[in-house]
Design a protein around this ligand. Structure first.
Ligand code: HPA
Length: 267
């Protein structure tokens, strides 16, 4: 049996939903799943082949339901490569969502701000990325070699991003656009690394999202990426970085994020 077939069968014991839009929730953003109407919640631990998350503050759940007339699924408990997952395993949820019918994927994360105007609380649409880890979820995959190389050149859907930014503006929520740089973690960056990343053209830095975006594109999904800047990246602010700050700022912008996500998903 294909690695995903058993997982799909397990999900199908709970729901026949074929969600159009999937949303992967980043650090501190798990509560966004409460927006879903008529939720069907599945613990990922009960899904064969689904890797287990180990990070504090993360749960492992898929929440199916509707927002307006749109069928959606939220993934709570992102899998990070720094937890010890192979990069190919970390994108298992994306392959599963694709099998379940998802054609549009929203990737959210918490990130450190590098761009001088990005203070904590800034919302940034990801328009491009830098893969500092050089790890790629397509390594060893069965996709046609001819097209393998295309994924990554334009992961983030420009039209969807522009529309999403307009929606934010119409709600009175200011957003910015920028380039996200993926580091492996789990340690935060050094000040010297952040100076280097700035020279490379990065506006924000974080430990997720890029492998999921590459995987999603390889499956033909449209991708929207949204970073919540939770802190000044190392050396750019006065305070030392800590995980609690990341979670707290995430909670602080939650009301805006909720309104934004609701509007985006309603269509
Ligand atoms: N660096 C890496 N990942 C992060 C940061 C950061 O400063 N903030 C939130 N996630």
């Amino acid at each position: 049996m294909h690695e995903l077939d058993e997982a799909v069968l397990a999900v199908r014991q709970y729901t026949d939903a074929r969600p159009e839009i999937g949303l992967i929730l980043g650090s501190g953003l798990s509560a966004l799943a409460d927006l879903v109407k008529n939720p069907v919640t599945i613990e990922t631990a009960t899904i064969p082949g689904y890797p287990t998350s180990t990070v504090e503050g993360h749960v492992g759940r898929l929440v199916f339901g509707t927002i307006g007339s749109t069928s959606v699924v939220f993934v709570q408990g992102r899998l990070h490569v720094y937890e010890g997952h192979e990069v190919q395993h970390s994108t298992f949820p994306v392959r599963l969502l694709s099998q379940l019918g998802v054609s549009k994927l929203i990737l959210t994360n918490a990130a450190g701000g590098i761009h001088p105007e990005f203070s904590p609380g800034t919302l940034m649409w990801i328009t491009d990325h830098i893969n500092w880890t050089h790890k790629n979820p397509l390594i060893g995959s069965e996709i046609v070699p001819k097209t393998r190389y295309e994924y990554g050149t334009s992961c983030y859907d420009e039209a969807w991003t522009n529309k999403a930014q307009q929606v934010a503006t119409s709600l009175g929520i200011a957003t910015s656009k920028g380039t996200y740089l993926w580091t492996l973690g789990p340690s935060y960056e050094t000040k010297a690394e952040i100076r280097a990343f700035k020279l490379l053209g990065a506006d924000a830095v974080g430990m997720s999202t890029v492998p999921e975006a590459i995987q999603a594109r390889s499956l033909g999904m449209r991708v929207l990426g949204l970073s919540t800047i939770t802190n000044f990246a190392a050396g750019l602010g006065n305070a030392e970085l800590n995980h609690q700050e990341v979670l707290d700022v995430g909670r602080g912008v939650q009301a805006d994020l909720e309104r934004l996500i609701l509007s985006l998903l309603k269509g």
